[in-house]
Design a protein around this ligand. Structure first.
Ligand code: GCW
Length: 713
């Protein structure tokens, strides 16, 4: 059997440019290979579907590469060490093993990997009810070898815990990416459908290696043209490329498209002509893309059109679209990120107020896509109070993989700890232990339609994500979407082993660096519950804000710094947004003494001399956090430098250069925020806190740009 296509098209031989991500199949150390070879002597993957060809190609590239010699493809098992992959339908050997009941229980995306006897021969079987499940099993098996795990007595069964595991691309039709920091869009709309960049297959492969099974191709700030016939034909070409890897395409739908494209006078969801337009549009889409996933909709938020424009509700809008998709099996992912500039209102409270009343009112194929926190992808936020508050509605969390508020592609910030913190947050909706993870995967509510979305950080940069370490966030998202209970350390260590080094000491060192990085970013940007202190590019510090800026986009609105103290009062004496949480959580957050200090300034306006758990004042503690963040960036540089002999020189240098920027930026954050807050606190910096390098006036006179190459260490 032949390998019909090569993997990682266009890759220079072993160029260490990061292109290969975690799917590097370079030869393993000789002492490990010996043991593996006896278990991988031939590949038995019958079947000609595109997915089975992908299974074959991946096994051939993976096993051949890791073992340092090609592994022959065979049609039958005539010796020990066959690796058999497929489904009971595609493989007579798998059918003969009579595992159908178990495979059915695991579903078409689940799989079994087992060491078995086939006749008189020892073999390893990777089996699933579905071909994509077999492919997922293949990636699992390859990961075992990549991370040097034993493969001699395997008995694995696994399946994804969430149904929709989706990347949201905020890609515009002109090739730019909103909040994208790794080049241009991977979709070349001009060249499509005639030319499909071979890179798209590698994108789909990388997703399949994690179990990501959907991509929303266009920005939620949507252009109606994405739904035109010409663009749908282009989208169909992308869908054809992704399909063998189990990645379905979705589109963001602009709510007013019936007016912009269909010439209708209204987009009122209750107008029969509008519903008919969407139904016809859905029918057209499914003629071109039979497995189209559905629509993602940002409605009545940040200027986007929506049902409220016609005095209809979010449920009216979502359900009308859902009705158009339902006959084809598609879903609507309706975003909960809705807020208006309302004088006097607390922006973060609006989504809950607008959507909670509709619990139970959405059609069965609607999911509400809710950001992890109530504001907007900050370095730290408490969990969104809608989790646990809408038991009759499938809630699909949306996290941001792209580092909009976390140093763009310049800062090393590993996001798995942040997502772990979110998933482990206890909503207490049904008593203690009602974690967000249990809400999301349906354990708590019985929801069958489940999912999670991550705003993608990929782009046309050679290494896909700009920062080599940002690849780990794509990886972590996919792994957590598959299993929302995975520990952050396991994810980090897997990724390091597959991406950089298998040296145990270096793995531990790099994983430690990654695991500390998010807390460091919180420390040097927005410690103790501060939020949204970024400039309008959401990069550098801007705690003083922009005069005349819309208040709920302006940092002073969020920090409430004044002579008495710092922080946003969201208790009963303030906006009372805290009351949106279930009573035990609400009470814990609402009392100064029990509110976790990590969320202190999120919920409370706190006097400068308030005594923290450490015994220090708020002011001193705040200073210490900014300093701790800066210190981390310095230590990170030293640590990384010490790994010079372990990591290849190309990527070592690239990361080292980024860490210089990160330290520079952290100092800027420290200086800017402390000098500004000091104008209110009127207190000196405590000992151990660096004196700012510039005055506040000097800092305000320049702006930190993420593209700036002029930084000095
Ligand atoms: O975080 C904000 C971003 C916008 C984004 C919006 C959203 C796509 O700054 O760029 O728009 O959220 O999530 O809709």
């Amino acid at each position: 059997m032949t390998v019909l296509f090569s993997l990682f098209a266009g890759t220079g031989v072993n160029a260490e440019d990061g292109y290969r991500l975690w799917l590097r199949y370079d030869p393993l150390p000789a002492q490990s290979v010996g043991g593996y070879r006896t278990h991988v002597t031939s590949l038995v993957v019958p079947g000609d579907s595109a997915t089975l060809q992908a299974v074959r190609a991946e096994l051939a590239a993976g096993c051949g590469g890791l073992l340092g010699a090609p592994v022959p493809a065979e049609t039958g098992v005539d010796r020990d060490g066959a690796l058999i992959a497929g489904t009971p339908k595609s493989s007579a050997v798998i059918a003969g093993l009579k595992m159908d009941r178990q495979l059915t229980a695991l579903g078409p995306e689940g799989f079994v990997i087992r060491s078995v006897m086939v006749g008189h021969h020892a073999a390893t079987v990777i089996a699933s009810e579905g071909e994509v499940g077999a492919l997922y099993g293949v990636f699992y098996f390859l990961r075992l070898m990549q991370t040097l795990q034993p493969i001699d007595a395997l008995n694995v069964s696994d399946r994804p815990r969430l149904r929709l595991r989706v990347l949201d691309h905020w890609d515009n039709l002109d090739g730019t990416i909103e909040r994208g920091y790794a080049g241009h869009s991977l979709w070349d709309w001009q060249a499509l459908p005639g030319t499909v960049d071979p890179r798209l297959r590698d994108y789909a492969r990388a997703n399949a290696s994690l179990g990501i099974n959907g991509s929303v191709l266009n920005n939620v700030n949507a252009n109606a043209q994405s739904l035109s016939h010409a663009y749908l034909v282009k989208t169909a070409a992308i869908a054809d490329t992704f399909r063998p890897y189990g990645v379905r395409v979705f589109l963001s739908a602009r709510f007013s498209a019936p007016m912009e494209m269909g010439g209708l006078k209204t987009a009122d969801p209750l107008d029969p002509a509008v519903a008919a337009w969407w139904k016809a549009k859905a029918d057209e889409i499914y003629t071109l893309i039979p497995d189209f996933g559905g629509f993602l909709v940002k409605a009545n938020s940040e200027g986007q059109p929506g049902p409220l424009t016609y005095k209809r509700t979010h449920a009216d809008g979502a359900n009308m679209l859902a009705a158009a998709l339902a006959p084809h099996g598609g879903v609507v992912m309706w975003r909960a990120f809705v807020y208006d500039a309302k004088p006097g209102s607390d922006r973060i409270a609006q989504a809950y107020d607008s959507l909670k009343p509709f619990d139970g009112k959405f059609a069965p194929n609607v999911l509400l896509q809710v950001k992890n926190g109530p504001l907007d992808f900050q370095p730290r936020e408490p969990f969104h109070p809608l989790f646990g508050a809408m038991p009759k509605t499938p809630l699909m969390p949306e996290v941001e993989i792209t580092q909009e508020y976390l140093g763009h592609s310049n800062h090393l910030v590993f996001l798995a700890p942040m997502w772990r913190e979110f998933l482990d947050s206890d909503t207490e909706a049904k008593g203690p232990g009602s974690t967000v993870a249990k809400v999301v995967d349906g354990r708590l509510t019985g929801q069958r339609l489940t999912g999670v979305a991550g705003v993608a950080n990929t782009g046309s940069d050679r290494n896909w994500t700009g920062h080599d370490f940002a690849q780990a966030n794509w990886y972590a998202f996919g792994r957590l979407a598959w299993d929302p209970d995975l520990p952050a350390r396991q994810i980090a260590e897997e990724w390091v082993r597959m991406t950089f080094t298998r040296d145990p000491a270096a793995v531990a060192t790099i994983a430690d660096l990654m695991l500390g990085s998010r807390e460091a970013a919180v420390d040097y940007m927005t410690p103790l519950g501060l939020a949204h202190q970024m400039d309008t590019d959401h990069y550098g510090p801007d705690p003083w804000g922009v005069p005349g800026q819309r208040p709920d986009w302006n940092p002073p609105y969020f920090n409430h710094a004044d002579a008495t103290g710092l922080g946003f009062d969201r208790t009963g004496s303030g906006s009372d947004a805290v009351s949106q949480y279930h009573p035990p959580v609400r009470d814990r957050f609402a009392a100064l003494s029990t509110c976790p200090e990590a969320y202190l300034l999120w919920f409370h306006h706190v006097p400068w001399d308030y005594q923290m758990h450490s015994g220090r004042t708020l002011w001193d503690e705040l200073c210490r956090h900014y300093q701790r963040g800066v210190d981390w960036t310095r230590a990170a540089r030293r640590t990384w430098d010490s790994l010079g002999g372990t990591v290849d020189p190309e990527r070592h240098a690239a990361v080292a250069a980024k860490l210089v920027i990160q330290e520079h930026d952290a100092v800027r954050w420290h200086d800017a925020c402390l000098l500004y807050f000091q104008t209110f606190a009127q207190r000196p910096f405590p000992s151990g806190v660096d004196e700012p390098r510039q005055t506040l006036a000097e800092i305000k006179a320049t702006r930190l740009l993420s593209e700036d190459s002029e930084r000095q260490p």
